[in-house]
Ligand binder design. Structure first.
Ligand code: LHQ
Length: 255
């Protein structure tokens, strides 16, 4: 259910249940999580892209599959979506969610979970959960109010309105919007730019920023001081300073 492709230090994981708008069954969620862990462990991978095959990004839980789960919703979330979202946020490499089309329900949560979120012009996000009288899950209740504030988050969740790409950019739900026709190449170009950045420094930046989202200023200052040492001791830092003095671009690949 997940296609894997490598190019220029970028590993692209493509959700591949096109006829269902990549609605998620257990196999899809577990194999995506598995592939993310594999990418984390692979030294050749510097950036991970998650995207969808066909016209959808991810329509959330496959509603044809839900009755047959045999487990409680609580257990289901603990076993599938929650480890997926945690894996993305804890990954030691940047994760780009490349939202090529509709992102609904847990698929909307997945779209928001990326470190960087790139949208196609025709993409849209819907917090559909209330349409089936459920609550937003897979991190939506945590991501959305931090991005748009409590009130707008509640409105999007209560009314399940569709958010298009222009509005998503305005609201801060994505970093960039690209034309539908060139989306996949534009994402690859962006991801390769990111792949040329200092991987160790980006890993530590992600760690510090993630921790800061739920820490005090004092805790953030202490963690910065600790992780800065780790960054400073790495060869990337020496290379960056050397390149600056020699008035040339730093070379962060290899090492
Ligand atoms: C689908 C789905 C889908 C199956 C489209 N399943 N087939 C966690 C824990 C425990 C329990 C439950 O949930 C959760 C988390 C969740 O994610 S809950 C939310 C689940 N998702 C939804 O409720 C979304 C349902 N889908 C929609 O509202 C629409 O399909 C959207 C807005 C995504 C897209 O609309 P359209 O662009 O108009 O496409 P469509 O509706 O025509 O869908 C195309 C096909 O995909 C269609 O099949 P068909 O055989 O008629 O061509 C849909 O049935 C199928 N599909 N989403 N989630």
């Amino acid at each position: 259910p997940v296609l894997v492709a490598d190019r220029g230090g970028v590993r692209t994981l493509t959700l591949n249940r096109e006829d269902r708008l990549n609605a998620a069954n257990n196999a899809l969620i577990l194999s995506l999580t598995d592939e993310l862990r594999r990418a984390d462990a692979d030294e050749g991978v510097r950036v991970v892209v998650i995207t969808g095959a066909g016209r959808g990004f991810c329509a959330g839980q496959d509603l044809g599959d839900v009755a047959g789960q045999g487990t409680s919703f609580t257990e289901h979330l603990h076993q599938t979506y929650n480890p997926l979202i945690r894996t993305i946020r804890a990954l030691g490499k940047p994760v780009i969610t490349a939202v090529n089309g509709v992102a609904a329900g847990a698929g909307a949560s997945l779209a928001l979970a990326g470190d960087l979120r790139l949208w196609a012009q025709g993409a849209l996000l819907v917090e559909v959960f209330s349409n089936i009288a459920l609550i937003p899950d897979s991190g939506s209740t945590w991501f959305l109010p931090r991005l748009v504030g409590y009130n707008r988050a509640f409105e999007l969740m209560a009314l399940a309105d569709r958010v298009g790409a222009d509005e998503a950019l305005r609201l801060g739900l994505c970093e960039a919007v690209f034309p539908d026709e060139t989306f996949r190449e534009d994402v690859q170009r962006y991801a390769e730019r990111l792949a040329a950045r200092p991987a160790n420094a980006l890993r530590l930046t992600k760690q510090a920023l993630s921790a800061a989202l739920s820490s005090t200023l004092d805790q953030a200052l202490d963690l910065e001081a600790e992780l800065q040492q780790e960054a400073g001791d790495h060869w990337e830092h020496a290379e960056g300073v050397r390149a600056f003095k020699e008035k040339r671009p730093a070379q962060f690949l290899g090492g």
